[in-house]
Write a protein that binds this ligand. Structure first.
Ligand SMILES: Nc1ncnc2c1ncn2[C@@H]1O[C@H](COP(=O)(O)OP(=O)(O)OP(=O)(O)O)[C@@H](O)[C@H]1O
Ligand SMILES: [Mg+2]
Length: 337
């Protein structure tokens, strides 16, 4: 539903040109929640702002619902953009207007008939659980409540796409979770496609279906969130994933290990602990768990265990082959983790 083809954005500054987005091609499917991660300056905001032409791309195409936005202008472009809501890290609410007026503002911009405006404001406030805040000003709201108003405003004109630029970055972990749940509910109930920029892998893990990793204006990796978490291809992605799935074993404990240290990963429905128990029973080896965790990503388990195996090289080799046959991915760690 969103096809980005060879998109580039070059900024012209007094000091010369700066590349924001560098030849990105990406497809975002209808109804999915798509995460874009990357460090500061990677080009995430530039890319998402090009998606609704808030930023004019230097070259390339952006097709949304079958229309190439870069070829539209005037009324047609305005109409297409109304179908793309956007929320921001710092909410961007109008401080002199009440919550209700902030939302009504977006409805007026789309020429909604006066009679319908109040009714729609009430509906939207109910959707974001803020019915009692209609007449208060943004300054009287918490960060989470302000973002809920931002969401209500973004949804005012029934968009098919919701673009979120670091929408939870200014919020504490609990509030972040409640906003993410609200986004997921909106996605599922109204089949709104959500594109979500974040630098937090926990956010991606919580709600995204697919994701892309950006660096220097380019997409360096993209795919299903579960696949990327269980089998990252680039060093950058591995670094991001470490924040969610990682081992932190004290060095003295590792130094005291005399056997082979293995990192064992189980994807999907393979019962990891069961396979490890069977392995230790079947082969002439001793196993010692150093660390273990099961993360649930898209409601699918991803098991990661760090263990020490003691035995002859041959027995250990056979044990590893057996675990691999049962669906594990095994990596022998040579020099620490
Ligand atoms: N309006 C602008 N004028 C000039 N350069 C810009 C402009 N906006 C962004 N850039 C540059 O484009 C590159 C990408 O910036 P962008 O804001 O898209 O990154 P980002 O991934 O969103 O970073 P952050 O996580 O800090 O928000 C950076 O080098 C930035 O300095
Ligand atoms: Mg940004």
């Amino acid at each position: 539903m969103i096809h980005i083809k060879n998109l580039s954005k070059v900024y012209k500054t007094k000091k010369g040109t700066v590349s924001g987005v560098d030849n990105v091609s990406l497809t975002i499917n209808e109804g999915e929640i798509f995460g874009i991660v990357g460090y500061s300056g990677a080009g995430k905001s530039s890319l998402i702002r090009c998606m609704n032409l808030l930023e004019q791309p230097t070259s390339g195409e952006i097709e949304v619902n079958g229309l190439d936005l870069t070829k539209l202008s005037g009324e047609k472009l305005r109409k297409a953009r109304l179908k793309m809501g956007m929320i921001f890290q710092h909410f961007h609410l109008i401080s002199q207007k009440t919550v209700g007026e902030n939302i009504a503002f977006a409805l007026k911009a789309a020429n909604t008939p006066g009679k319908r405006i109040n009714e729609r404001v009430e509906e939207l406030l109910e959707m974001v659980s803020l019915s009692d805040k209609k007449d208060v000003f943004p300054a009287q709201l918490s960060g989470g409540q302000k973002q809920r108003v931002g969401i209500a405003r973004a949804l005012a004109n029934n968009p098919s796409v919701l673009l979120c630029d670091e929408a939870t970055s200014a919020l504490d972990p609990n509030t972040t979770l409640s906003i993410l749940r609200l986004l997921k509910k909106i996605n599922r109930e109204f089949n709104i496609t959500i594109v979500l920029i974040t630098h937090e892998m926990n956010v991606v893990k919580e709600i995204c279906d697919r994701m892309a990793v950006m660096q220097d204006g380019k997409v360096v990796e993209h795919g299903e969130v579960y696949d990327i978490f269980s089998d990252p291809q680039t060093e950058l992605t591995k670094e991001f994933i470490t924040s969610v799935v990682s081992f932190d074993v004290p060095k003295p404990i590792l130094d005291a290990c005399t056997g082979r240290i293995l990192k064992v990963l189980f994807r999907g429905d393979v019962a990891g602990e069961g396979v490890i128990t069977d392995t230790v029973q079947q082969f002439n080896i001793k196993g010692n768990f150093l660390h273990g965790s099961i993360e649930y990503i898209q409601e699918r388990p991803l098991g990661l265990f760090l263990m020490e195996l003691k035995g002859t090289d041959d027995d250990i080799y056979q044990a590893i082959s057996y675990m691999e046959k049962r669906g594990a991915r095994v990596e022998v760690i040579e020099n620490g983790i």
